[in-house]
Design a protein around this ligand. Structure first.
Ligand SMILES: CC(C)(COP(=O)(O)OP(=O)(O)OC[C@H]1O[C@@H](n2cnc3c(N)ncnc32)[C@H](O)[C@@H]1OP(=O)(O)O)[C@@H](O)C(=O)NCCC(=O)NCCS
Length: 172
């Protein structure tokens, strides 16, 4: 397996992968929207058996503690592995390689929406327990699915902070 940055020739394979890994086309549309908005901070693919078997994207996020500050960070997603290739460590390898790279960009946090049992192994923590909230879900209806990882030795964001994904996430 080779993990490498996405190239334009990979876009069709990634689209097919996202459409087969998720029941709805929203994640495939999101990947297109992030690229179109130049918000694809990092798009990593896993190449295996001559095909794109996995993808992980990172994009800019913004945290607003409510005191006028805006603290830039990153959002992870979409993350997906082709159904026939799941549970072989590909998703974990993509996320670990992606986090290693984005740490070098210097952000103080990364957010993700997903299963805490999966993302917890990379250090993500459920945001509601930290009194951190997704702007689109101020009442925490998504529960522990919205998670935060502090990066580069940063303390967690101040309690009460609302964090938003890149505007490209809207309407996909
Ligand atoms: C979630 C996903 C990216 C994980 O990638 P993967 O290559 O299959 O995962 P890995 O082989 O690296 O890790 C396997 C572990 O993740 C767990 N896992 C896999 N999919 C999971 C899911 N949707 N929710 C929670 N845990 C999951 C497995 O149970 C396994 O746990 P174990 O190590 O304790 O046995 C992949 O399964 C996938 O694309 N699923 C469909 C799309 C999706 O749901 N994406 C959103 C992620 S929340």
């Amino acid at each position: 397996m080779k993990i490498r940055p996405c190239e334009p020739d990979d876009h069709a394979g990634i689209d097919a992968l996202l459409r087969s890994a998720f029941p709805e086309p929203g994640e495939a549309r999101l990947a297109v929207a992030l690229r179109a908005a130049d918000a694809d901070t990092l798009e990593l693919v896993a190449e295996l058996d001559g095909k794109i078997a996995g993808v992980a994207m990172f994009s800019p996020a913004m945290a607003k503690p409510g005191d006028g500050r805006e603290i830039p960070g990153l959002g992870l997603g979409p993350v997906a592995v082709l159904p026939g290739y799941q549970n072989r460590g590909i998703g974990a390898a993509l996320i670990e390689a992606g986090l290693d790279f984005v740490r070098t960009l210097g952000p103080s946090y990364c957010i993700v929406l997903g299963d805490p049992d999966f993302y917890g192994r990379f250090g993500f923590e459920p945001a509601p327990a930290l009194d951190l909230h997704w702007t689109d879900d101020p009442d925490d209806k998504t529960g522990n699915a919205f998670q935060v990882l502090a990066l580069n030795g940063a303390a967690h964001l101040p309690r009460g902070t609302r964090i938003e994904y890149h505007p490209a996430f809207d309407g996909v």
